[in-house]
Design a protein around this ligand. Sequence first.
Ligand SMILES: [Zn+2]
Length: 517
Amino acid sequence: MFVTERRHGDRALVWRSTPPAAPAPNTLWAPGAAERHPSDGPEWAPEFTIHQLLRPTTADDAVVQLAEFRQRINTTPAGGALARFLQHRPARPGAELGVPEPESLWANVLVDSIQARERVIAHLQGCQVADLAELSRNYPGLHEFLPTEIALALGVAESTATRKLVEAEAFTDRLPATFAALHAGDITDRKARAMHQGTLDVTPEIAQQVERDVLPHLPHSTMPQVHDPIGAAIIRRDPHGAQERHENARDRRGITRHSEPDGMGTLKVFSTLPDIAAIHAALTAMSAASKTADDDRTADDRKVDALVDLCTDVLDTGVWREKELPTEQRRRPHVQVTMPLSALLPGPPTGDVAQLAGYGPITPAQARHIAADGTLRRLVCDPLSGTLLDYGRTTYQPPAALADHVLARDQTCSMPGCRQPAHRCELDHTEPFRPGQPTGGTTSAANLAPGCKHHHRAKDGGGYRLDRGETGYQWTTPLSRTYLRPHTRLWQPVPEHAPVTPPVPPPPLNDPDPPPF
Ligand SMILES: [Zn+2]
């Protein structure tokens, strides 16, 4: 409310507010509860404040305004009201006011603002968790394809969307106190996720005991200080469950890969400690065995090279433990590189970019290195050439040349964001093939699209629709939301201006006298 107040002899309209009472510690948010969290409302924050009405004219005024602002943002629960207070931060006092120690005063205002914004961010993440959990319980489509819906909406990888959903379900189901702390802005999203990760393999009862033990310490702990107490609390609360926890965790073993800048990538192996020790011991021994007198590679370099050699040997022979490797699109498993013809020629870099299917851009030099041992296939980068490969409605199984064309044209699965290389996908008729019928799609380049197993199923039975248009593949989700995956550009003209060639450094001067220091 606004009240009239006398300040320095003048009457002024001043906003007076009483910070709302902090939520009682035991009022945890529960799924399905009718009440909203106290920080969601009521909307008692002012539309505008004294700071916008009156610019301070004296040092005292400026100091009082900033003190009031700091008091408000430090005591208001995280939520819409706090966000609005932050929008109305008073301006930095001008030098003419002569505020004492202005740098220190303003730095404190900034630190308080940073803290308050951190609480608002955590609160919004808590609100998003609640939305995800509610959507997960009420999604009208097949639950299996909800991560696809979220991934498309947020422009994130489907694995990220899956993680968000799993965490949202866990927070609102197994970890209500962690969720309440996140929603109140008391702990960050990373700390909440650490609690989820740490308690994945314990019963809900033990998870909630661990929450009670650890949660009060989390607001002021750094991330390394978060993991240890969670681990210790689990051992204390569930001393007999170690083997069961290990077996549950073992069921989640897997390999993840990430593209990194500069044509690099990371492979992460999650498995039991004995497995990791065996892999490391073998690579260390292979690294030592591969060292020669003139080898200037480091031990780590040689370990990586040994692992790569091991895997490329399997790909080259097509046999593993006397078993033939299964084929992918009638070819043995392989890596696929696409590059402009001009990039095949060695020489100074021109700005040409090559693509490693399913991973991303690499330099022409890297592409030439891979192509040196591979089969080269000439591709004409003209979408019209696809019509020449139209084999009509008489054939369902695409002929090899047609399949090759589609795989090379699209490079990856046709779902936006999915990086599954096309040669590991299934070739799908965009408009279904109906043998012997006058209607139905053709087995032609224009009607074939690569879809990984998961996204092929999303289209055939998962409620998703795929249309191929002029500009790309258009996907329509079960909620009738549409997303475009533009056609893959295999070739781009090099930049108009040739890249600047770095100057060759001059040869060092052969000066026998060291410079004076
Ligand atoms: Zn896919």
